[in-house]
Design a protein around this ligand. Sequence first.
Ligand code: PMP
Length: 414
Amino acid sequence: MDIDTAIPSLIPEDTIFSDFLILDQSVKGRRLVYLDNAATTQKPLPVLLATRHYYEAINSNIHRGTHHLARTATEEHEKARIRVARHLNAATADEVIFTSGTTGGINLVADILALSGRIGPGDEILISTLEHHSNIVPWQMCCQKTGASLKVIPCHDDGTLDQDAFEKLLGPKTKVLALTWVSNAFGTVNPVAQMVHLAKEAGALVLIDAAQAAPHFPIDVQALGADFLAFSGHKLYAPTGIGVLWGRADLLGELPPWQGGGEMIKEVSFEKTTYNDLPFKYEAGTPHIEGAIGLAAALDYVDDIGMDAIHEHENVLIRTAADGLSRIPGMRFFGPDDRSGSLSFLIDGIHHYDLGTLLDQMGVAVRTGHHCCQPLMARFGITGTVRASFALYNTPADVEALVESTEKAVSMLR
Ligand code: PMP
């Protein structure tokens, strides 16, 4: 097939291989084509070096130490927090809570809202059909604890949310809207600005799951107007096990603490404990220090390239991939044409798992299955899809490999 190789790569190919060492390898005798970026991204050398430097030069537990290493590690960790705040345009770095990832952030919010007494029997928590299990199950658990009920915004056949139904579902009983910005399964980009606005007008608190938004475009939490936003470092070129929960300082200040332990306290006696200020109130225990430092390095890396440039580059690749794949008979895409990050498809008569397995034989890494979105798969009457998902280091040659390998696999499976 003809892929427009005139489309430039975002970063030169030799830089890709020198920055992302893992990509410079063969799988089954073919160049590795990594298109599973919605699951996790590869890490550029500056991120690897930052975490290595941490262990080689400054490893120490942070915050209470008086010695040089403890002070240096604390400074670097808190610089990372400021770096994240700058990336999100947060009003203050105190609004940046380091978590284990998106899942950790959403569970934190669902738990503290349940504990706060702000949600009770008869109240409603609104999510959408597009949600990842991480933005479903914590709210089901929150409903069990509070007596609230879970409501779900339906989606159209093109994988976009039904905005009329959303407006009808919103009401005085809606206490929380928990919504993904971008669907990891279909790549649908929700009109979050408008939805946040309507939910706030209805008096609801809003949490945005930005796991699939943060890697692909700039985020300005002040402009967005939500109350909470969560994302994972590992999908944004940073290490695993580090994530961010951003929350409005006034709100987090009022809400109860979550996990108890070191760091989150001011004073402890057997009779009474007083809690620390933000952000430490929500960071019990020794944090993922090198993860936060690695995340800051990853943000430097993407901001040097520019999130807008990354967005545009990936969109061109996705559109080119969709064009190429659309020529395969029996091709069915999920999600709207203006998708972001992920391209999901099925081919008539071919099981997604079989296709994924054959693509792997040809060196092309895609993900198959339900993508942790079983209710969404049920809505479409399918058990899963094949998902190719893109990152800043993908090239037109990767798209060409995806399309050609899929064509070949289809001819083998039919
Ligand atoms: N939400 C979305 C939209 C996701 O894509 C993912 C990861 N696939 C998550 C939440 C959970 O992220 P993590 O496993 O990093 O906590």
